[in-house]
Ligand binder design. Structure first.
Ligand code: TXA
Ligand code: MG
Length: 329
């Protein structure tokens, strides 16, 4: 986007936010479905458009960490340390909420999720708007997140007033969520910033989330799911499984880190990148492509156990939950 054009587009998006409308915007992780976080009627529209239950809290996006105090109270040193190291960037912090933050945003919890995104279009929007913008991933509830403006349009059609197109999202999977509202910081959702990076920034270990941790509903259940049943399988089993399903008359779609595709009729095979950054960048677009092929089953190669793949493993495990297809294998 040329600079001049960008300022016109951003001004229109800001006017839409001020009028209580929905603005989808690119971030470095995934696209967000934005609304004015201080306007409850606008926030309600986000839940309605996504079909999201009201007890699933939203992330408030702000332009910089100077705005933290407008949304959070009792901000601990750990939050400042992580904000300084990783913001703007793909990190969300859970903090005690400031008085006046709507129950609609927090799902009725005493905490609020805050993130300062680094994407230039998100930054331009937040700076021009000046306030907080709620931004759940721009997908219908439980479905695969959107990493291009085209995905957003496919998800919502005319239900979104304005879609800012910032190209394909660089990271490709949602932000790392760290709860810093309790005694010891805890990882609630793995993301591109790994738990090891967080621990080394803090100089301390993260706690496992416990019963006292704030709920992060989107992290607990089936999520990020294509319509087609998705099975996570070891790489060396894919060929055999694909043959077996095909013999049963099923159409098979495969996401593997291997370009050597077996000769099987009507097989859709995507060779995903071998490096985790590139794999994450392409992940949701690949899942959408396989899903759109309207096959009967998706076979996805189990990612390696290394820490760099933790967030990818997390998303794929949730995408695969409850998805065992019927039939013998
Ligand atoms: O990368 C991202 O974080 C993207 C981009 C658009 O910023 N946003 C995103 O939002 O993934 P969403 O709504 O799809 O996921 C936010 C997660 C949910 O699992 C929600 O339950 C959790 O954050 N969450 C929000 N507020 C919370 C809170 N106060 N306590 C615990 N978890 C919270
Ligand atoms: Mg989401």
């Amino acid at each position: 986007m040329a600079l001049e054009e960008m300022s016109v587009v951003i001004a229109r998006a800001v006017a839409t936010l001020r009028a209580g409308g929905l603005v989808a915007f690119p971030t470095e992780t995934v696209y967000g479905l934005g609304a004015d976080a201080s306007n409850p009627e606008a926030v309600k529209k986000v839940f309605a458009a996504k079909g999201r239950p009201h007890d699933h809290p939203l992330i408030v996006h702000v332009a910089n960490s100077a705005q933290l105090t407008a949304w959070a109270r009792d901000i601990p040193l750990a939050a400042h340390t992580l904000a300084q190291k990783f913001w703007p960037g793909p990190l969300t912090l859970i903090l005690k909420r400031a008085s006046g933050v709507s129950d609609l945003v927090t799902g009725g919890q005493d905490t609020v999720a805050i993130r300062v995104p680094s994407h230039p279009v998100a930054q331009a929007l937040l700076q021009a708007f000046g306030g907080g913008v709620v931004g759940p991933s721009a997908n219908r509830f439980g479905r695969v997140s959107a990493t291009t403006a085209e995905h957003v349009r496919q998800e919502f059609g005319d239900a979104v007033d304005c879609v800012l197109d910032g190209g394909a999202c660089e990271v490709g999977i949602e932000s790392t969520i760290i709860d810093v509202s309790g005694a010891t910081p805890a990882l609630l959702r793995p993301g591109w910033i790994t738990s090891t990076q967080i621990e080394s920034a803090l100089g301390a270990s993260l706690a496992a989330p416990d019963a006292q941790s704030p709920r992060a509903p989107g992290t607990l259940e089936k999520h990020y799911a294509p319509r087609t049943p998705l099975m996570l399988v070891e790489g060396d089993l894919i060929d055999e499984l694909a043959r077996s399903f095909t013999r049963q008359g099923k159409r098979v779609a495969v996401l593997a880190r291997n370009a050597r595709q077996p000769l099987i009729e009507k097989l859709l095979w995507i060779a995903a990148p071998a490096a985790p950054a590139a794999y994450a960048h392409d992940l949701y677009a690949n899942l959408r492509e396989l899903d759109d092929a309207a096959g009967d089953v998706m076979l996805v190669e189990q990612p390696p156990p290394a820490i760099e793949w933790a967030a990818i493993r997390d998303r794929l495990m949730r995408a695969a939950a409850d998805a065992a297809p019927s039939g013998e294998i």
